[in-house]
Design a protein around this ligand. Structure first.
Ligand SMILES: [Zn+2]
Length: 289
């Protein structure tokens, strides 16, 4: 039995501290050390695993496609391959170099087990948001979707990410609740519990693409790191940057809080690439003590 302190802090539409206490989290980020092989490229870091991110370099001027869709490639040939939370089918990476050389690699991501909690017998009003907030939730999602498409020059995340905050991990990537038999969206973030007012620092350089107070996630900052990779920081108490700002690694972004639908102060940090949700904990590695 995990201690009660491991319960999830980042709630959906429920006011149910009591329920989360009854159902402690058991999931943990899978550790993966093997490095992928991509024909026509050198893998710098990462492996093919659900939630994982490969950083690789090919010949400058090459075109890289995953299952037929072109992905961003830097002027020096750097590109990313991210694997969604659920990716159980093989993916084909095709590289066409400037001189016409072609390489093809089929990768099948390692599958992970996620923490699934079934909660039945809830009153319908606890599971479905009221009509008047649904409109707000929809406009929030649209703003976030648009922000995720904004591009930024390549940042320094190739050297690794720093943890934006240090603290106890109170929620993991991929956990999911099934309420009254209806699966909710999986939790795509990593929750780090920290006192309200703790500084949140940019884990790598990039450009701020959204600063907004959203219904579920409260004060939220989105940041583009380059090559289509984005970070989000949720439930902030206050923010210290504005949309469009370019920030360096270690820049103060804001302060830990509990804004939006949250039961206690924590930072929910998320990473996404080309619509795929990645596990920030897997990519940042073990948190330094
Ligand atoms: Zn969370």
């Amino acid at each position: 039995m995990k201690p009660r302190s491991f319960t999830h802090l980042c709630l959906l539409f429920l006011a149910f501290a009591s329920i989360s206490v009854l159902l402690p989290m058991t999931g943990s980020a899978a550790q993966q050390t093997q490095t992928a092989v991509i024909n026509g490229a050198d893998v710098i870091t990462g492996s093919a695993i659900e939630g994982g991110l490969i950083i690789a370099r090919t010949t400058p001027g090459s075109r890289v496609e995953i299952d037929g869709t072109a992905v961003p490639v830097s002027g020096t040939g750097l590109f990313l391959v991210g694997f969604h939370h659920q990716s159980d089918t093989p993916q084909t990476i095709r590289i066409t170099s400037g001189d016409g050389g072609r390489h093809s690699t089929v990768v099948t991501p390692v599958q992970r087990d996620y923490d699934i909690q079934r909660i039945d017998g809830l009153e319908p009003k606890m599971v479905t948001p009221p009509e008047d907030v649904i409109k707000r939730i929809k406009s929030d999602s649209k703003a976030v979707r648009e922000a995720r498409t904004r591009i930024a020059p390549l940042g320094d995340f190739v050297d690794g990410f720093d943890w934006p905050v240090r603290g106890r991990i109170s929620g993991v990537f991929g956990s999911q609740r099934i309420l009254n038999g209806k699966p909710r969206a999986p939790h795509y973030g990593i929750d780090i519990a920290a006192p309200k007012g703790t500084a949140v620092l940019a884990p790598a350089s990039g450009r701020v693409t959204l600063v907004m107070d959203l219904y579920y996630s409260g004060w939220t900052i989105l940041m583009a790191h380059g090559l289509g990779l984005n970070s989000s920081f949720l439930h902030l108490d206050q923010v210290a940057v504005s949309t469009g700002e370019t920030v360096q690694r270690g820049t103060l972004l804001g302060w830990v809080g509990s804004s939006g639908r949250s039961t206690g102060p924590h930072l929910d940090w998320r990473l996404d690439w080309q619509g795929r949700r990645l596990d920030a904990a897997l990519i940042a590695g073990p948190m330094p003590q």
